[in-house]
Design a protein around this ligand. Structure first.
Ligand SMILES: [Zn+2]
Length: 488
């Protein structure tokens, strides 16, 4: 991979300055990976003050870089004092619609325009491969109504890998990692795998980077009919299973019914919060430990669960600020309205005080595990599993993740609410869509239902605006309205 010339003209016609960035870090570089892993491991044992100093140093360097190299921040931070003279809270907040409106301007990556990103994202054969030899590009769902595109460099990927391997896997077990990277554990991720989503792109990246490990790392599609998924998992026999909680719950039902026959060491749940009752039930049905993960397309490994099952923020590499609806910091013990994320690991597309949309509570008490990293609870969005009647009246369960993926990826609809209003009846709320968009959404849903042998289900389009949750403003997108008559 030839590094790009430092003096190449930049987008928007700007000439590179003397402060031009060094060539971007390699997509994978073993020596760099080793150095970063050492940093992550040493950071794990630091006290609160030393962690804050390490983060502060990284923040100042990030701010200097972003102001010099990234047009979006040159504009947003114009006139502000130098990094050493300000606090994070002095900086403006960035939200997803702002970021997406100026996607090329948010990048420090030379030569990456919107067209290059769109071409890359449109090609499923490139999932997990680097763009322009250097960058990982992930899309996120549009749970806030806008899909996101996130570009990460090789250093950031190395940080995410080290955090996953050393903190998520290693620490919780109180010993060095014995995960899928180093032993014969078989890892299965059940997720939406048909697009450039962070989860599947990471599995595919690792399979390509470490070919001998490929048989021990696999991603399975949540879009296929449940019996097919169960058959594939039975054949693969994973010992580690990662899934959205709603997907894991359905699989736990299959395990209880004897159709799924897994012998798991651990079940990892992420993407939505899980309550204690659900966690206990899944642990009982699978006979294994259930561990929560908290990550995002904006930063893959935000927090790791310790042996007391508390999520500790990787605060030396990612800063989280819980704020109220007016943008003021909330104290520990209070659930935030939203959370601002600052990614200290990534230069390709710096995210500084980026509005993540999640509600997070910092736990006021220290954790008995001794970690000085703040422990949090995350209140994710909670969609429902739907249960429709098949041809012979049998119940066929539908995973909200699969339904959302069909609507987002196949019909390009992001702002929607899908309600189950009868045993063979769905209502799709799209606001006031143009006719072609409503037809595309219904056609995509009908095609998916047919694949599940649910051809007799009626879908009505409702012109009501998708209703957001009071307080959080969050959009619950898949709702069993037979259970909650007002549709949430
Ligand atoms: Zn802990």
């Amino acid at each position: 991979m030839a590094p790009k010339a430092k003096t190449a003209p930049r987008r928007h016609g700007e000439a590179a300055t003397a402060a031009a960035a060094a060539p971007p870090p390699a997509y994978f570089d073993a020596a760099r990976w080793g150095r970063i892993a050492g940093d992550v491991w040493s950071g794990t044992w630091l006290g609160r003050e030393a962690l804050a100093q390490r983060a502060r140093r990284r923040l100042c360097a990030l701010l200097r870089f972003a102001r010099a190299q990234v047009p979006l921040y040159r504009r947003l931070h114009r006139g502000l004092p130098p990094p050493s003279a300000l606090e994070l809270a002095d900086l403006p907040v960035l939200d997803k619609s702002q970021l997406m409106a100026d996607l090329p301007g948010s990048l420090a990556a030379d030569g990456l325009g919107r067209a290059a990103l769109e071409t890359f994202l449109a090609d499923p054969a490139r999932i997990g491969t680097p763009l322009a030899g250097h960058y990982a590009v992930w899309t996120s769902s549009g749970s806030t109504g806008v899909p996101g595109v996130f570009v990460h460099d090789g250093d950031a990927l190395a940080v995410y890998d080290a955090l996953e391997l050393l903190r998520f896997r290693g620490l919780s077990m109180g010993l060095v990692p014995t995960g899928p990277f180093l032993s014969s554990e078989r890892y299965a991720m059940v997720a939406a795998i048909e697009g450039h989503f962070a989860g599947v792109a990471t599995v595919e990246r690792l399979r390509r980077a470490f070919p001998p490990l490929a048989p021990w790392l696999r991603a399975f599609s949540v879009l296929q009919p449940l019996p097919a998924l169960v058959a594939q998992l039975n054949q693969y026999r994973p010992t580690l299973l990662a899934a959205y909680p709603t997907v894991a719950e359905l699989l736990a039902d299959e395990q209880a019914a004897g159709r799924l026959r897994l012998s798991l060491d651990e079940l990892w749940c992420g993407g939505e919060s899980i309550g204690p009752a659900t966690r206990q039930r899944m642990a009982r049905l699978f006979g294994c430990r259930v561990r929560e993960a908290y990550g995002a397309s904006e930063f893959l490994s935000i927090a790791w669960p310790c042996r007391y099952d508390r999520l500790h923020v990787n605060c030396d590499w990612v800063l989280l600020e819980g704020v109220d609806a007016q943008g003021r910091a909330v104290p520990p013990g209070v659930a935030s309205h939203t959370t601002l994320l600052t990614n200290l690991a990534n230069r390709a597309q710096p995210l500084i005080r980026y509005d993540l949309g999640d509600s997070v509570t910092v736990l006021p008490q220290p954790c008995p595990c001794g970690s000085q990293m703040p422990a949090i609870e995350v209140q994710g969005r909670s969609d429902d599993v739907l249960s429709l009647a098949g041809r012979h009246g049998q119940a066929i369960k539908l995973m909200p993740l699969a339904l959302a993926t069909v609507l987002e990826d196949e019909a390009l609809v992001n702002d929607f609410q899908l309600l189950q209003t009868g045993r063979r009846h769905l209502t799709l709320r799209l606001g006031r869509p143009e006719r072609a968009r409503a037809e595309a959404a219904c056609a995509a849903l009908q095609a998916y239902l047919q694949r599940l042998d649910l051809a007799g289900v009626r879908i009505d389009v409702d012109r009501a605006t998708p209703g957001r949750e009071a307080g959080s403003g969050k959009l619950r997108r898949v709702i069993n309205a037979m259970r909650t008559p007002d549709g949430g």
